[in-house]
Write a protein that binds this ligand. Structure first.
Ligand code: CO
Length: 144
């Protein structure tokens, strides 16, 4: 079911500063930038092998990421697992007794289908299930 880590998401206050840090320290290459209105976030993906580091900052104060930064500060926000079938993976979590934040898959960035699992009942980690778009529909074909 779990093909790979799709991304590790890190919440930051200053997205540009975080990108510069990853670029200068690791030679990181930005492969995608997107504003995801439904989640109230701006995201930057830098490549890490076949996975990504996703740097996240809030678009507005009512964003869940704004609340996260206010209460917990910067740091690891969630782990995205790459799956073949988001709906099937979500059902497996449902059957395992997990608390679901999304009852059905929805649209994510890069044309993906995603669903989130609540950290309570998942050993303290917010989990995202990520089903990639067909390669022909990806904004960066050949990457990831
Ligand atoms: Co994510």
């Amino acid at each position: 079911m779990l093909n790979d880590i799709d991304h590790v998401a890190i919440a930051v206050n200053d997205l540009d500063a975080a990108v510069r840090f990853y670029e200068s320290a690791l030679g990181a290459v930005v492969v995608h930038t997107e504003e995801v209105e439904s989640d109230g976030v701006r995201e930057v993906l830098v490549r890490a092998g076949s996975s990504y580091v996703q740097l996240l900052s809030p678009l507005h104060e009512s964003s869940p990421v704004a609340r996260f930064l206010a209460t917990r500060g910067e740091g690891l926000h969630h782990v995205g697992y790459r799956v073949d079938d988001c709906a099937a993976a979500l059902d497996a979590f449902r059957r395992a007794g997990a608390r679901l934040l999304d009852e059905t898959p929805r649209s994510g960035s890069r044309g993906t289908r995603i669903a989130f699992i609540h950290p309570k009942g998942a050993f303290g980690t917010l989990i995202e299930l990520v089903e990639e778009a067909p390669s022909s529909e990806r904004p960066n074909p050949g990457l990831g």
